[in-house]
Design a protein. Structure first.
Length: 230
């Protein structure tokens, strides 16, 4: 743009921050018209040990390597951004898209979109433990709460919990459990809203259907203008 190679409605625009609309404006680079990029929506089953970033200065594996290898067909992920995050030790459903407007609706705290996790803990979840978890905690002056928690199954020394969040605070589940000296052995996100991880193999991805995209982050209703009174 600073070299004067970009035209907007026939005029050179050198400011990369200049507002434009692909729907309303005619944009060209070196006199070649620019078209809107196809919208892409992807669900990945993230394995443990991968970090949710495009690159890592320490050479660690990132989720982007999964989009370009494995049994699923490789995809050009350069313009895809993760919709939300999972930390390195967490697993499960992770979304990607190049539709920033859709992603913003989905991650908006006001949406209170449920996210469901299966969590293996290093303790037995008796009634007292579950009651404490449901009450939530105050950590560093921040209120941390779980929308719901229940025991799924147990072994001799540990339990699997189903935990539902409707807000996205950093390492929220681990921080709540840690406040009661409960360690996390595994943490798997199994659903976002009505979208289930299902039988998607670990490390593999698939494209969301149109109905899944619409259900996850519905478009706001169009404004209607009432006719002015006579």
């Amino acid at each position: 743009m600073r070299a004067g190679r970009v035209l907007v409605n026939g005029r050179i625009v050198r400011d990369p921050e200049a507002p434009t609309s692909i729907e309303r404006d005619r944009i060209s680079i070196d006199e070649l018209a620019v078209a809107a990029q196809e919208k892409v929506y992807i669900a990945l089953n993230k394995p443990r040990g991968y970090i949710t970033t495009a690159s890592d200065e320490r050479g660690r594996d990132t989720v982007y390597t999964l989009l370009q290898s494995g049994k699923s067909a490789p995809i050009d992920a350069r313009w895809l951004a993760p919709v939300g995050r999972l930390d390195k030790a967490s697993e499960g459903l992770l979304l990607f898209s190049n539709d920033s407007v859709w992603a913003a609706r989905l991650t908006d705290p006001a949406s209170h979109l449920d996210k469901t996790y299966h969590v293996q803990i290093d303790a037995l979840a008796d009634a007292t433990v579950l009651a404490r978890l449901r009450a939530g905690v105050i950590a560093r002056s921040e209120r941390l709460a779980l929308k719901s928690v229940r025991e799924l199954r147990r072994g001799e020394k540990n339990s699997w919990l189903e935990i539902v969040l409707d807000e996205g605070r950093n390492r929220q589940i681990r921080r709540v459990l840690g406040a009661f000296d409960i360690g996390v052995l595994r943490l798997i996100r199994v659903a976002i809203g009505d979208l289930q991880l299902g039988d998607l193999a670990k490390g593999q991805w698939r494209t969301l259907t149109e109905s899944e995209v619409a259900q996850l982050a519905p478009s706001p209703p169009a404004l209607s203008h009432a006719a002015a009174p006579d």
